[in-house]
Each structure stands twice: as C-alpha cells, then as structure tokens.
Design a protein around this ligand. Structure first.
Ligand code: ATP
Ligand code: MG
Length: 412
C-alpha cells in the first residue's frame, strides 16, 4: 500500500456526484441546478466540513478540497457530522438530487496516467479484500484519441501483469470506473444517492410528526419531491412522557439532515384531548383527535408559510386510516393533505425508515398521545357530516387556537 504521508496524498480530494432527475427538466434545469448547489454548500457548512469548492458541470457535481488546508474553521454547534472528510461523505449521503457519488482520483489525460490511477485503485481494492475486477470507461470528451473500449483494454495492463487482481467481467469484486472529461476521474465503490429533486424547488410543507415509524418516512418522501419540510408534534403532557417528546426531537433532527434548515413546532394538546374525552363517545375519540390535529395543523401551516400538510397515513393500516376516515380528516383542513405512504405497505416503509436513520428511534417504546387514547372499537367508516356535528359539540375552536398559539418552536 502507498504511504499515506506521501506527497501525492496531499493532492486535492475530489468527490464526484451524478445528478439524476433534474437533468430532465428542460428550461428549468438551471433553477434546479442552482438549488442543488446552494443546498450542498449549506449542508457542508452545517456539517462543519472543510472548505470545499463546489462546481456543477454537465450533469456532474464536483466537490473538492485540500486536506492540508482543511479544518481551520470553527465547528458550528449544530454540526451533524464528524469533522473532516467524513463530513463531506455524510453530506453526500444526505444530499437529495443526486443518483450516486464516489471519491475519485483525478489524473492526467494520457494512458500512462490513467493506467497508473487504475493500478492504485486496484492495490487499494486488493487491500480491502477484492480479488477480481473490471474496468468501465465513459468518454464524455469525444476529442480523446482512444475509444472507451480501447481505454478499458489498455488501462489495466499493469494490474494484470503484476497479478494484483484478475479480470472478471461478469461478477467482479470491484468495478474501476474511468471517466474522461476536462480531467480524468478514476474511482470505484460508487455509493447510491438519495435521488429525487433538490429540497427547496417545491413549496414548503408542514409534516405531522409523531414518534412512530411512518411519519418521518412520509416527510422524507416529500423532501425528495423538492419540498422543504417543517415538523409539528402534539403531546399530551403529563399523560405523555418527556422521553416521548425527546424521541420526536431526535427523529426531527435525523430528518433535518436531508434538508437545509427546518423548524419543529411542539404543541400541547392536553386540553383538547381532555375535552374530547368529556364530550365524545369513545369509539369516535381517535378520529376526533385527528380532526382537531388537522385544524391546528392547518392554522400553524398558514402562519408558517406552508402550502400543505403531510401525514404518515397509509390506507387500511389502522382503523383511523380507512378511505372514509381519511376523507373525514381531509375535510378538517382547507389546504391539501398529502399522504405519500398511502399505497405503501409496512415492509417498504420500514426499509426507508432504516435508510434515513429514524427506525431505531421510532421503535423505542414511549407512547405518544394517540396510543393513550386508543378506543377498543374505533369507528371504521365515519361520515363527514356526522363528524362535523360531533366536532361542533366539542366547542373546541378556541382551545385549538390557544394550543396552536402556545406552541414552542425550535430550529433543527
Ligand atoms: P406514525 O407511525 O407516523 O405514528 P401510525 O401508523 O402510528 O403513524 P397514527 O398514529 O394513526 O398512525 O397517525 C397517523 C398520522 O397522524 C401520523 O403518521 C402522523 O402524521 C399524524 N400523527 C399522529 N400522532 C401525532 C402526534 N402526536 N403529533 C403529530 N402528528 C401525529
Ligand atoms: Mg402513531
């Protein structure tokens, strides 16, 4: 292996990211690209990454920094990543709008340099346990004298001669990528990106965030459609615990890593819940609580400049999520209620929850207000008119306004 202190290791470190869907956006492309670049800069500074130069050229995002010059800056208190190169990688792993990324070696535009870079990649791969490889070349610069095929054939000569790795084009342990552009980039181990559209290219949403598995996934899904998302949590202290609330704070901050700044609104709903308990038949209590939450959320969304609400509801998952009951909760809001999980099953939701890093927190046992409230035989198919009458009997409008006005707001 090469000496990590050798001069070549002080060369700039380059990360290469591929841009996905926004390439399809025609005339709007510039707008999406500008937002993506702004986002990565904002995330790098939040993550206390070293001074990184960020450029977006022809569908590729380049992040580059000099190890020697790095890390003289201060570390913001809300930094979410370990300092240094790891911070850059954490940012790329959370950057919505790229399909993949890799740490690349940059080399000169001739076969000797390319072969040398491929050789070094092969040595590293072998040290990491690989025994076979293949080369994949992409020639974006059509003026380069050799074809992709010729580059792929010539680059590995030294690797094969010295028996560092053996060629296997069908099931290689590692793929060495060569991209010939204004410079040449050589890398392996490309990571999968978050994909989607850059956060901030669609209007803001307010996510009803509970401590459960579903709602964080719903928020992430809408972030991937370009929405910036604020969070809203209802607690019922002292009936719900401080741990339940902390759980939501932790989930919100995990989710906020994918964005560029968000607010968490925390509302005490104890008075509203008590009123529901006093005046409503038990089987309607969950549904009426949902209705009251929607009313409060609608009010807060308007004040916070959010254009829609987002929930983690999924059709048929529990009694309050039949189509009829979803219609009842939608009717309580006058802005759209988006339910990105409506057609997903629990397995798929859990897979995403693990990917975004909220699953382990979500399954902690602390109960949220709805669980405390759950009636034994909840109404399955409520009717909008009937629920309106029950809601009127609650006389809860002013309780809801007071609860919303008394909310605590934290920057995430
Ligand atoms: P989750 O896993 O997101 O809690 P769930 O399957 O447990 O969802 P419910 O408890 O019926 O379903 O909640 C449905 C949706 O209502 C949630 O996804 C969330 O958007 C919202 N919600 C529920 N409880 C709260 C709460 N205490 N604060 C804010 N939103 C809530
Ligand atoms: Mg829940």
């Amino acid at each position: 292996m090469s000496d990590p202190h050798a001069p070549q290791d002080l060369a700039p470190v380059t990360y290469l990211a591929k841009i996905g869907e926004l390439m399809l956006k025609g005339k709007n492309r510039k707008f999406f690209e500008r937002q993506l670049t702004e986002n990565v800069r904002a995330m790098l500074s939040r993550a206390a990454a070293p001074a990184v130069s960020v450029r977006l050229i022809a569908g590729r995002l380049y992040l580059e920094y000099r190890p020697g010059a790095a890390m003289q800056g201060f570390f913001p208190e809300n930094s979410f990543a370990p300092p240094g190169e790891a911070a850059v990688e954490v940012v790329l792993a959370h950057l919505i709008g790229i399909t993949g990324w890799a740490r690349a070696q940059v080399c000169g535009k001739d076969m000797a340099a390319i072969g040398g870079a491929a050789y070094r990649q092969a040595l590293e791969a072998r040290a990491a346990g690989a025994s076979s490889f293949k080369i994949e070349t992409r020639r974006a610069d059509k003026a380069f004298p050799l074809t992709s095929y010729q580059v792929s054939a010539q680059a590995p000569e030294r690797i094969v001669e010295e028996g560092v790795l053996r060629v296997d084009v069908h099931a290689p342990d590692t793929v060495i990528h060569i991209e010939i552009r204004d410079r040449v980039f050589v890398y392996r181990d490309a990571h999968r990106g978050c994909r989607g559209l850059p956060v901030g290219t669609a209007p803001k949403a307010l996510l009803l965030l509970s401590g459960g598995i579903d709602s964080p996934v719903a928020g992430y899904r809408m972030m991937r459609r370009g929405m910036s998302v604020d969070y809203l949590y209802f607690h019922a202290a002292p009936y719900t615990s401080e741990e339940a609330r902390q759980k939501v704070v932790d989930i919100a901050s995990a989710l906020a890593k994918f964005g560029i700044g968000a607010k968490l609104h925390v509302v005490s709903f104890t008075a509203v819940q008590t009123r529901i308990r006093e005046r409503t038949a038990e089987r309607f209590s969950t549904l009426l609580l949902r209705v009251c939450m929607m009313k409060a959320a609608n009010l807060i969304a308007r004040q916070a400049g959010a254009a829609c609400l987002v929930t983690g509801e999924s059709l048929g998952q529990v009694a309050s999520q039949t189509l009829e009951n979803l219609c009842v909760t939608q009717a309580a809001a006058d802005i759209p209620v988006l339910r990105p999980l409506v057609g997903m099953d629990k397995e798929e939701i859990i897979e995403t929850a693990r990917f975004i890093g909220t699953y382990d927190t979500s399954i902690l046992p602390y109960e949220d207000c709805c669980v405390l409230f759950a009636p034994e035989h909840p109404v399955l198919r409520a009717e909008v008119g009937e629920v309106r009458r029950l809601y009127a009997r609650l006389d809860a409008d002013s309780l809801i306004r007071v609860a919303a006005a008394g909310r605590e707001v934290t920057d995430m």
